[in-house]
Write a protein that binds this ligand. Structure first.
Ligand SMILES: Cc1cc2nc3c(=O)[nH]c(=O)nc-3n(C[C@H](O)[C@H](O)[C@H](O)COP(=O)(O)OP(=O)(O)OC[C@H]3O[C@@H](n4cnc5c(N)ncnc54)[C@H](O)[C@@H]3O)c2cc1C
Length: 382
């Protein structure tokens, strides 16, 4: 189905991203999965290619283009090359963490942190989740006690993407443990501060290139100049940035589903059984016809939200709808694509097999399907 949201400059950008992905990502994917993390050079290469700070001001090395279609193109090209689902950490940096520096950081902080984040010299992590609090962000227990011109941070985080590689950790802390939402603030914590340590790189069922980790804070002294935004306003800042995070995940879900269908159609044309290509059996043909229809319908909604976002009117509720619906759909589609591939669909060398395990997380991170439905239900007055 033709898409109508892109202009000529987006097509040129897509070609450039394809060259970057072919050169810098595809040849390394297997090695990164084997070592359980990407090399830091991925980030500097992505920074040099202009992929990490598209929306950042040019004065700080960014592209100066507040147009999320460019970010979407990066995810789509990674999916097309069968490397999106490996867990590269690029979208965490560019789509999810960077907005905190763009929207919550003051000028001095932007001058300090943006150039590195945009060039990829500085790898970002966003640390909200804790062993005892994931969906219930207001229930976090990591504290930041004010002591003169510093905060003293104690606690621990888990499931943190880019956890081993990160240089700067945007950390949700309780500055007022007696409060829930109003007690949360955001501190940017440099990974070389005394008392900060990285725990286990967690063994996951999929996304093997992602260094999803535990992080610990033991009396870490952080200067007040590292407070992002106002004290006590961290929860609201996080909620403000989550619509883009959820749209980013929805874009990835549709791109992954589309790629898996495409691979399955190609497979169905060449795989023979009972003397015919399996795609000639009505069941397989109908299955793939259904899946392609679902991808097109999902994409139409997500493309509309991309334009809403470009025009500054993406709503939290619409982003929540896109997030839960496309990620649940992606799982169903990829699962049926595995079936079309037969036994080969279970072999890790086949992209569809990797996508099957890798994309399972999509309905959980960035807010679970159930939390998305809570947001939507509340907006309906329920
Ligand atoms: C690979 C990976 C990468 C991640 N990256 C990051 C990261 O970079 N930074 C970060 O901060 N976090 C990250 N996370 C954490 C992720 O955001 C959380 O796992 C997620 O928000 C769910 O929290 P939880 O695991 O504590 O589950 P819980 O909140 O304990 O939920 C358990 C179940 O209960 C359901 N549930 C909870 N509350 C309700 C409710 N009110 N109504 C109905 N059902 C409910 C949930 O939907 C879920 O099904 C990552 C996780 C993974 C696995």
């Amino acid at each position: 189905m033709d898409r109508t949201i892109f202009e000529e400059e987006h097509d040129h950008f897509r070609d450039a991203v394809r060259r970057f992905v072919d050169k810098e990502v595809v040849p390394n994917r297997e090695a990164w999965e084997a070592q359980g993390r990407v090399d830091r050079s991925l980030f500097t290469a992505a920074g040099a290619a202009g992929l990490l700070g598209i929306a950042a001001p040019e004065a700080h090395g960014g592209g100066g283009m507040d147009d999320f279609r460019y970010n979407a193109i990066v995810s789509e090209v990674l999916a097309e090359a069968d490397v999106l689902s490996a867990g590269l950490g690029l979208s965490l940096q560019a789509d999810i963490a960077l907005p905190y520096l763009l929207h919550q950081a003051n000028e001095e902080q932007q001058a300090r942190w943006l150039p590195g984040a945009v060039s990829g010299e500085t790898i970002l992590a966003l640390a909200m989740s804790e062993p005892g609090a994931g969906s219930d962000v207001a229930g976090i227990a990591t504290t930041a006690r004010r002591d003169g011109d510093h905060y003293v941070v104690d606690g621990g985080k888990t499931f943190i993407t880019n956890g081993q590689n990160a240089d700067l950790v945007i950390t949700a802390v309780k500055t007022d443990p007696t409060e829930r939402h109003k007690g949360i603030s955001l501190l940017v914590i440099e990974a070389d501060r005394d008392g900060f340590s990285r725990g286990r790189k967690l063994a996951k069922v999929g996304q093997h290139a992602a260094d999803t980790s535990e992080l610990f804070f033991d009396g870490v002294r952080v200067p007040v100049e590292n407070l992002l935004g106002e004290e006590g306003k961290g929860f609201y800042a996080m909620m403000g940035n989550l619509a883009q995070e959820r749209l980013s995940i929805a874009v990835q879900a549709v791109a992954q589903a589309e790629r898996s269908v495409e691979a399955s159609v190609a497979y169905a044309k060449q795989r023979q059984a009972f003397g015919s290509p399996i795609g000639s059996f009505q069941h397989i043909r109908f299955t793939l016809a259904e899946l392609q229809t679902q991808v097109d319908v999902a994409r139409t909604y997500v493309d509309r939200l991309l334009m809403d976002h470009v025009e500054g009117r993406l709503s939290d509720v619409d982003a929540a709808k896109a997030k839960w619906w496309t990620t649940e759909l992606c799982q169903q589609i990829v699962d049926r694509c595995v079936q079309v591939h037969g036994g080969y669909g279970y072999m890790a060398e086949y992209p569809v097999a990797r996508a099957w395990v890798d994309s399972r997380i999509q309905t959980i991170y960035g807010g679970t399907t159930e939390i998305m439905k809570e947001i939507i239900g509340r907006s309906m007055g329920l």
